[in-house]
Design a protein around this ligand. Structure first.
Ligand code: 5GP
Length: 379
């Protein structure tokens, strides 16, 4: 087994519906096509398309929501997504999803989330032990041997009003005993104003929920500054930052959830070798590799580690040397430019992500033990 699959990993940025298996999505779409709810051929084309712009990705999400928004399907997807992450040795997963209301089928934000929780409960593989919190999310962890720890973040969609965002935060507070530990702000970054979500995010933080924000997916300096001033526990992406914003980010030490494949597929970053991962890694800024939407972007967390290793470990060195040969880079700078990013460094990167999880100290300690034991076994 490749080392990037066998080593333990921590996933902190995974959207439930974006992580749907392609086979499940096609099956569900086919069913709805047969029932006449959608025209399957229109749908199939969109699902099978590989490179999508950010705008097309959000169109695809609207389509995905047509086929996935009923309780039974949400339960199934949750179960499959957790099993898929566990199968590639993800030992801690923070799964995020936008609670949805659909009056026509009697779905409330709460019943949507109950369907998610039902999915966690129904994870069936015998090799899998879901650390699903009961009364005390911390206490429930110590009792049995654990394979994967799962915690939930509720997403506020940027299309939502302040009242709807507040409803999501209140739901998160009500569902804390079911493993909900934080709030995410996501959805189409070209829509919505920071000021709309701020009251709900402030309230969430006052109540002890952790916050992560999608930040800088499109150039929006005013919003990026405001988000950094808010000091969220983590941010996702950070693709369209200017010098001033990089400086502020580095000073703040806010951890960044890096989604390599997603950023390339959505053309938020034009090519992998110029991805800000390298710069942040070199600066020792807190970062964590994540998938974003493993289904939509046909990736996995293991694959993201393999890409980081191949791009910044080997290719990056070759590229740097070519620059010197072409006279584009002073040989004296080569040491600075090169990243040593082999197996040991990526293992450390995965282990360091434990510092940025939103679960408490007991879970962190257990995860560190898992990593230390893996280090001894994997050598
Ligand atoms: P869900 O919340 O329905 O489980 O997961 C899909 C949703 O996550 C999308 O509709 C969108 O709101 C959000 N999402 C998924 N990927 C991205 C991304 O790359 N950027 C942003 N801003 N939102 C995303």
């Amino acid at each position: 087994m490749d080392w990037w699959i066998s080593m333990p990993k921590v996933e902190l940025h995974a959207h439930l519906n974006g992580s749907i298996r392609n086979s499940t999505l096609l099956e569900l779409a086919k069913d709805l096509g047969e029932k006449g709810t959608i025209v399957f051929s229109d749908f199939e084309h969109v699902i099978r398309k590989n490179d999508r712009s950010l705008r097309e990705v959000f169109k695809l999400f609207d389509l995905i929501h047509i086929v996935t928004t009923d309780h039974k399907t949400i339960t199934r997807i949750t179960k499959e997504v957790v099993e898929d992450f566990a199968a590639e040795n993800v030992v801690y997963l923070e799964l995020r999803t936008t609670p949805k209301r659909n009056d026509s089928i009697g779905m409330s934000k709460r019943s949507y989330m109950e369907a998610v929780v039902e999915g966690l409960r129904s994870v069936s593989s015998t090799s899998l032990d879901i650390n699903f919190a009961s009364d005390d999310p911390e206490k429930s962890l110590a009792t049995t041997e654990k394979k994967i720890y799962v915690r939930l973040l509720l997403s506020i969609d940027r299309r939502e009003s302040t009242a709807a965002a507040m409803e999501t935060v209140n739901l998160a507070l009500e569902m804390r005993e079911m493993g909900v530990i934080g709030i995410d702000l996501s959805g189409n970054p070209t829509i919505g104003e920071w000021g709309t979500f701020l009251p709900a995010l402030k309230f969430a933080r006052e109540q002890g929920l952790s916050i992560t924000l999608h930040c800088g997916e499109v150039p929006n300096p005013v919003e990026i500054q405001a988000m950094l001033d808010f000091l969220p526990g983590r941010i996702g992406h950070a693709c369209c930052f200017q010098d001033e914003e990089w400086e502020k980010l580095k000073l703040s030490q806010i951890p960044v959830e890096i989604c390599l494949t997603s950023n390339i597929r959505t053309e938020t970053i034009s090519s992998m070798d110029i991805h800000h991962f390298a710069e942040l890694y070199k600066a020792k800024h807190p970062i964590v590799l994540c998938t974003d939407d493993s289904g939509v972007f046909s990736t996995s967390l293991s694959n993201e580690y393999a890409i980081a290793s191949n791009t910044f470990g080997r290719y990056y060195v070759i590229m740097t040397k070519s620059y010197i040969t072409l006279g584009l880079m002073d040989p004296k700078c080569v040491r600075d430019a090169m990243l040593s990013l082999g197996r040991a460094e990526l293992f450390e990167l995965a282990k360091r992500a434990v510092d940025f999880i939103y679960a408490g100290s007991r879970v962190k300690m257990e995860l560190i033990e898992i990593f230390e034991s893996a280090a001894r076994t994997l050598g």
